[in-house]
Unconditional design. Sequence first.
Length: 231
Amino acid sequence: MIPVRGSTEKSAHHLDPARLEQVRVSENAEVAPGIYRLAFPRPWDFIPGQCIALTLDPRRPARFYSIASGAQDPAVEVLYDLVPDGELTPRLALLAPGDELFCSTPFGAFRDVEGPSCWVATGTGIAPFISMARSRGAEGKLLLHGSRSAAGLLERPWFSSLMGGSYVPCCTREKGEGIYPGRTTAWLSEKRLPAAERFLLCGNAEMVVEARDILIGRGVPFADVVAEIYF
């Protein structure tokens, strides 16, 4: 089975308030249309690929977000999409430095190991791969990074500088130099697959399920496909 977690306004999770801790926002900024980066001082260690639950009221359901910062960075960063009619993100977007919110300790088993891997991300599903690359580098990795628009390719210049030709930005609504004109799943269908030991998928459910089916159909063992769905 593909590990599934809710990371948007469509999914809420009740946590024991005693397991939540209060933190103070150090940054909260819109980094692309409708996409925000929120940060607070790091209170614990974590493994790249893990996520945390956030809420403004420990009595209310929390939402899950992948950590986007490096394991040694002084701040914890998460990325979130503003959902105008959502319960949490419109309130998150109003937070300013010094404001308080509640978070859980890190959890989750979406992680990579040493060796060649293919990372596939759409939207804010890029967050765990930012964390992995900041923590351990990206040697031996191929990243397929999908978005409808070029503005939604978060950290594109940094990934391009870090990974060179092993970074493949994919856009469905815009064309540009160095951008593959289509979905990440189209690239997986059309191109020669890399000699990767594992394929890590993170993003919306449609992409993850389609990419998994394409990979298995092209001979990748099921056990070598590790995925996490945003829904």
